[in-house]
Design a binder for this molecule. Structure first.
Ligand SMILES: [Zn+2]
Length: 139
C-alpha cells in the first residue's frame, strides 16, 4: 500500500502548494484522453483520494496520525530516541528540528506534540526518530 504522499509523489512535509501542483500535474498525465491502460483508472482513483485527504488540513492531520500509528505498530526502524530538549526550537514555525546524519531534517511541530505524535521521519531519508518529551499542561 502506498501512502497518499507516495501516490502524489511528495514528501510528508510538503506544503499544500506543492501538493496541489503535483496533484494537478498527475491528473493531467492521467487525463481520460491520454489514458493508455486500464491501470490508469485505478491510479486516477488513488490520486483523487490522496488529494481529497491531503488538501484539507484537518483530514491531512488525522491521516498523518494514522500513518504514525501504523508505523508505531510496525515498529519500523527508529534510528534513535532523542530528548526534545536536544532539538532546536524554531520560534517562527513553532517547531523543533534536528539535523539527520544524512543532513536532512527531522522536524516536529508543537501541534504534533500536543496530538501525542512522537515519531518523526527525516525529510530526506527513511530514518525515523522517537522524540522523548513530557506532556506539558498549559495554564
Ligand atoms: Zn536522514
Amino acid at each position: 500500500m502506498s501512502t497518499h504522499y507516495e501516490v502524489l509523489q511528495v514528501s510528508e512535509s510538503a506544503s499544500l502548494d506543492i501538493i496541489k501542483q503535483r496533484f494537478q500535474q498527475l491528473i493531467l498525465q492521467h487525463h481520460p484522453d491520454k489514458r493508455t491502460t486500464t491501470d490508469d483508472d485505478n491510479n486516477v482513483h488513488k490520486i483523487l483520494k490522496a488529494w481529497e485527504i491531503l488538501r484539507n488540513a484537518t483530514s491531512r492531520k488525522s491521516y498523518d496520525i494514522e500513518l504514525a500509528t501504523q508505523r508505531n505498530k510496525q515498529d519500523m526502524a527508529i534510528g534513535a530516541e532523542i530528548d526534545l530538549d536536544d532539538m532546536e526550537y524554531n520560534e517562527q514555525t513553532s517547531s523543533f528540528a534536528l539535523v539527520c546524519r544524512c543532513s536532512g531534517d527531522y522536524v516536529i511541530t508543537e501541534e504534533e506534540l500536543e496530538l501525542g505524535i512522537d515519531i518523526v521521519a527525516c525529510n530526506n531519508c527513511s530514518l525515523r526518530i522517537r522524540v522523548l518529551y513530557d506532556v506539558i499542561e498549559e495554564d
